[in-house]
Structures are given as structure tokens and as C-alpha cells.
Design a protein around this ligand. Structure first.
Ligand code: AGP
Length: 612
């Protein structure tokens, strides 16, 4: 939530900062702003998207070579020009950008008001910059020391960057709980919430750790200090980020591009890990822990949103194949409900961004109780990836559309590989069955490609249901998480109310909603509870609901009952989520486009939820 970017060097800062904000816009898009040192500290900010800011600053002729910029997802104070970042200090000598929440802002603000400070915005951020300036003046210390003292008084999460009119060759950044990456170029430095604004300028990056402050001076070496005042040596890493992955490459939206990338992203998540000829699965990132995982008495999966849905598929896979008991927990509930966590528990944290605040807090809690923490993350270098003992990256490539698509299928692929590996290690699967499953898993990317060819049909369907107000999604077994995921996708990008339910639970309540206006998407693929799902379809039909069925290619029975059918290729029951999710992603996408919704940046949402 909120994207921050800064630059210092020999180039004009403004274009670099605006381009950086466009890359970070997935993190928040209700207002944006920039501060540049150009003679004095020039500050421009507007409500709305980065493109509004871009237009606003077009004729400002701001030539400065040092600056900071911000794209906001509002927490404290409504989205407007005043609450947009950057925020000035009282003297207007300092400006700050901030991602996160200062939890004790009210008490700090009260103190500052007593000391004569007045506030122009409703933000917690303005409190922090006043506090820093107050400390700088009253304690007569350098800016970097004032930042350090101020941060030692702050409770909450932050990634900040500060610019000062008095120090035109310095940027100061700091983080706790929210990410910050520094790019080291040739005579210039970049600082941002993630590496996407940096990638085209340099591959040398330093990921700042929690409670660290970075002092970036023009033409000087980077300096890192902790809030406890210890010097740290910057650890420079090489960035691996393909720039084309950050562009739409001819697609109308990132979401559509990412849906179409799935044959590749699933393959990439298996690459070098699945060897069908040898009958082996190697997950290098967890090799030191796989014995412990396979023998675990219990695995707890923590995640949020779509990643939680992937976790639910994981539960079915681990229990089904490897006979390991699994609990799947919403990270936000887990962290606050005093859960029982034992030292021999394995906690798997699933997160695309690797920055979700609740998931991170759940990890810290489980760690403090001595559990082993395994990550399944997409973003290399992210906070969650670094907080875990070990893990497997999904390698799905950058996911920019706020609605998660390729990350979900990549997460499910990793969970499938893990479950199969543990089953093989424990001997809970027959050799021939193991071979059957890995052969079928290897065939999935081609089958995803085949599934994508139904887009034209889905578009027609979307046209028929564009203005429907409610949807129900039903599935059983492995298809229950798919129903949840289908409903979430529709809600978040088209703003249509949708509910996902286990098909058999329908008769315990939701059946009352069914009438001839209600479309019900039923995932009714072969195997598993196929016959039972047919009975559920009959129950819907008897109440005149409109049935949209996702069926296995060649199915005749459901075809006769349903109003509309979408065929997907046949596969193993436990691999169906990797295929059945695709038409549901496409359906949500096309309905949202037809409703003229902003598909990649839906209202009120942000891609990485770094506040609780
Ligand atoms: C999915 O489409 C959502 N945008 C959201 O539910 C997301 O999956 C959730 O916020 C978790 O994010 P993470 O995977 O980055 O932790």
C-alpha cells in the first residue's frame, strides 16, 4: 500500500520519478505527489492517478536532480490534494514520503500541538516530519540523527524517504515493516518500494532490513545505520528482473496478459524441479527442511485472499497425498487469536507480494513459538521471503494487475510439487500413481493453453451477465477453493456481489437466494464428487436458477442440465484447480471490462496490503 520512489544523481529527477510511480501504481492510486530540489524544495501533488500528476507537472520545468515521489492508498485521511504525499515540515525545509501506519501518531501529535505545531493534513505522516524537525532543532542534531531519534519513538510500520533543502546532496530512507530497495547506479542512486522503478537503470540493489536507516549522499558510498545506532555494511545483490514483464506487451490490461502467461508461469514454477524421466521432484529451497516437513505432525498454512485459496488447495493435496494433517488459517485471524503453535509445527506462509502485513505478523508469531517457517512467495527479496527459514519461489514473474491470477496457479503448482515430494518420501503413494500424477502435472501447461482458447465463448457469456447484481459459485472437494477464487475475482474487479460456497452447503442457506435472476457457476468436472454435484445442479434447476457449468470436455450429463457450459480439458481431480480457475478469471475480466471498470486498479484495493 502506497508506492514510494526517490532519486539522486546527475540526471533530471522528475521523469525518473514519474516513471517509477507508474511502475508502483499497483500499490495505491488515490493520489500522487512529487518533491524536487530545484533552487528550493518544489512540491506538487494531486488527487487521482499518477497520470493526473504527470499532466499537472508537465509544464513546471522542474530540472532538479534529486527528488522523492509517492502514490497513495489512503489510511489516515481521505484521498485529496492535502493528504497526498509528500508532506512538508513546519519550516518547509524538509519533505517526507511514507508507506505504512504510525500507530502512536495521536499521542505524538498531541505533544507536538502542545509545542505549538499546527497540522494541515489528516495524515499520520505529517506528524512524523514535524517530529523529526522538532528533534533536529531542539536537540541541535544532524538530520540523520534526528530521523533516528524520531523513529525510536515511533510505533507502527513505515518505509520513508526524506529530502532536505539544507542538504541538497542527501536522501535519507528508513524502514520497519514496509519494504525499501536501493539501486546503485553509475554515479546515481534510486530508492523505491520495490525494484520495478530501478530495474532499467541498474542491477545492483540493496534491500534495506527492518529498523535500518540509509543515508544516500551524492557521489559517496551508501551508509546504513540501525535505529539502535549500529553501523551496517550494505549487502549488494544482483537483480533478476525482465523489463518486458513490466509492460502490457500489446494486451489491453495487465490482468489479461497475466492470465495468458499462465502456460509459461506454471512451467517456470516447475522448471528444474520436476523431472518426469527420473521420477524426481527437487525443491532446492527447502531441501534442508523437507525431511522435517514430510514427517511433520501438523502443517499450518497462513495466507490472505487468493493466496489463502491456494492454501486450501494445499490442504487437500497434503492430506490426500502425503497424509499430513493441515490447518489453513487467515493470517489476520491467526495472529490475534492466541493459536496453539508447537516447536515441531511447520508453518507455510503463502504470499505473492511477500509484503502482506498480516502474513508477516503471523510468521513472526509462529517463529517466536519455535515453529519452522517455510515461504511460498513470488517476489524475490521480499520481506516474507526473508523472514522465513526456507522456501520455494513461485517464479511466476511480476504480477501487476491487482487481481491475482498467475500467482495463484503458480502457488498451487508449488503446493502440488511439495505434496507429491512428501508423499514419495513417506511412501504414502504407489510408484505407478506417482508417475501418473507427475506425467499429468507436466502436461498441465499445454492444457492451460488449450483452456485459454475458450475466451471467445466466455466473452459472449460475459455479455449476457454484465449487469447481473449477484453471483453464486459452487464446487466440491478440490473445486471448492476454485469456487471461492472465482467469486473473489468477480467481486474485486467488477464490483458484483459474489459468493463462493461448497456445493453441498447450498441447501443450508444460500439456496434461499436462488431464483430465475440468479446465475450460479458450478464447477462440475469428472471424478471426485461429480454425481453429487449433479444432484446439486438438479436442486438449482428445480428453483429455476441459471446454471453456468464448468465441465470436462465431452461431458454429456451436465450439458443437458446446465443453461451454459464451458468445457475444460480432462485431467486428474487434484489438478483441476489449475485449469478450472482459468475460465473464471476470464469471465470476471470480461464482465469487468464490459462494465467499464478499472480492471488493473480496482477501486479501494491495492496490490500489496502492507497495513493490517
Ligand atoms: C487477489 O486477487 C487479491 N488482490 C488479494 O486477495 C491478495 O491475494 C491478498 O491481498 C494476498 O496478497 P499476497 O499474496 O501478496 O500476500
Amino acid at each position: 500500500m502506497c508506492g514510494i520512489v526517490g532519486y539522486i544523481g546527475s540526471k533530471q529527477a522528475l521523469p525518473i520519478l514519474i516513471k517509477g510511480l507508474h511502475r508502483l501504481e499497483y500499490r495505491g492510486y488515490d493520489s500522487a505527489g512529487v518533491a524536487i530540489l530545484d533552487g528550493g524544495l518544489k512540491l506538487y501533488k494531486t488527487k487521482g492517478k499518477v497520470s493526473h500528476l504527470e499532466n499537472f507537472v508537465k509544464d513546471k520545468n522542474t530540472k532538479g536532480t534529486i527528488g522523492i515521489a509517492h502514490t497513495r492508498w489512503a489510511t489516515h485521511g481521505e484521498p485529496n490534494n492535502i493528504n497526498a504525499h509528500p508532506h512538508f515540515s513546519r519550516s518547509k525545509n524538509l519533505a517526507i514520503i511514507h508507506n505504512g501506519i504510525i500507530e502512536n501518531y495521536a499521542s505524538l501529535k498531541e505533544e507536538l500541538i502542545k509545542r505549538g505545531y499546527t497540522f494541515t493534513s489528516d495524515t499520520d505522516t505529517e506528524v512524523l516530519i514535524h517530529l523529526i524537525e522538532d528533534i533536529k532543532i531542539s536537540e541541535k542534531v544532524e538530520l540523520e540523527e534526528a530521523v533516528r531519534i524520531a523513529l525510536s519513538q515511533v510505533v507502527g510500520a513505515y518505509a520513508i524517504v526524506i529530502i532536505s533543502e539544507d542538504e541538497p546532496d542527501t536522501l535519507i530512507g528508513a524502514r520497519k515493516g514496509s519494504p525499501l530497495v536501493i539501486g546503485i547506479g553509475n554515479g546515481d542512486f534510486y530508492i523505491a518500494s520495490d525494484a520495478t522503478p530501478i530495474a532499467e537503470y541498474t542491477k545492483d540493489v540493496v534491500y534495506l532490513n527492518d529498523k535500518e536507516i540509509v543515508i544516500i549522499k551524492r557521489d559517496k558510498e551508501l551508509k546504513i545505520r540501525t535505529i539502535e545506532n549500529k553501523d551496517k555494511t550494505p549487502y549488494i545483490q544482483k537483480l533478476e528482473l525482465n523489463l518486458s514483464a513490466l509492460e502490457k506487451e500489446g494486451f489491453d490490461h495487465f490482468m489479461l496478459k497475466e492470465i495468458y502467461e499462465q502456460p509459461h508461469s506454471i512451467l517456470d514454477s516447475m522448471r528444474g524441479r520436476l523431472n518426469v524421466k527420473e521420477g524426481s521432484i527437487r525443491l532446492g529451497g527447502i531441501s534442508d527442511y523437507e525431511q522435517k516437513m514430510a514427517n511433520a505432525k501438523r502443517i499450518i498454512i497462513v495466507a490472505c485472499g487468493t493466496s489463502w485459496h491456494a492454501g486450501l488447495v494445499g490442504e487437500y493435496l497434503f492430506e490426500d497425498l502425503a497424509r499430513i494433517p493441515v490447518e489453513v488459517e487467515y493470517a489476520s485471524e491467526f495472529r490475534y487469536r492466541n493459536p496453539i503453535i508447537n516447536e515441531d509445527d511447520i508453518v507455510i506462509a503463502i504470499s505473492q507480494s511477500g509484503e502482506t502485513a498480516d502474513t508477516l505478523a503471523a510468521i513472526e508469531l509462529a517463529k517466536s513459538k519455535g515453529a519452522t517457517i517455510i515461504g511460498i512467495c513470488n517476489v524475490v527479496g521480499s520481506s516474507i521471503a526473508r523472514a522465513t527459514h526456507a522456501g520455494s519461489f513461485t517464479h511466476a514473474g511480476p504480477e501487476i494487475g491487482v487481481a491475482s491470477t498467475k500467482a495463484f496457479t503458480a502457488q498451487v503448482t508449488i503446493l502440488t510439487l511439495m505434496a507429491l515430494r512428501f508423499a514419495q518420501m513417506k511412501g504414502t503413494i504407489e510408484k505407478s500413481r506417482f508417475y501418473q500424477l507427475i506425467n499429468e502435472l507436466e502436461a498441465i501447461p499445454e492444457k492451460v493453453k488449450e483452456t485459454l482458447s475458450i475466451e471467445v465463448q466466455i466473452k459472449e457469456l460475459a455479455r449476457m451477465f454484465t449487469y447481473t447484481r449477484n453471483f453464486l459459485y459452487l464446487g466440491r472437494g478440490y473445486n471448492f477453493p476454485v469456487a471461492l477464487e472465482g467469486a473473489l475475482k468477480l467481486k474485486e474487479i467488477s464490483y458484483i456481489h459474489a459468493e463462493g460456497y461448497p456445493a453441498a452447503e447450498m441447501k443450508h442457506g444460500p439456496i434461499a437466494l436462488i431464483d430465475r435472476e440468479m446465475p450460479i457457476v458450478v464447477i462440475a468436472t469428472y471424478r471426485g464428487a461429480y454425481e453429487k454435484v449433479i444432484s446439486n445442479i438438479q436442486e438449482i434447476k428445480a428453483r429455476k436458477g441459471k446454471i453456468i457449468a464448468i465441465v470436462t470436455k465431452g461431458d454429456k450429463t451436465v450439458k443437458e442440465l446446465a443453461d451454459y457450459v464451458i468445457e475444460i480439458p480432462e485431467t486428474e481431480e487434484m489438478l483441476v484447480p489449475l485449469l478450472a480457475t482459468i475460465p473464471l478469471q476470464l469471465l470476471s475480466y470480461h464482465i469487468a471490462v464490459m462494465r467499464d471498470c478499472n480492471v488493473d486498479q480496482p477501486r479501494n484495493l491495492a496490490k500489496s496490503v502492507t497495513v493490517e
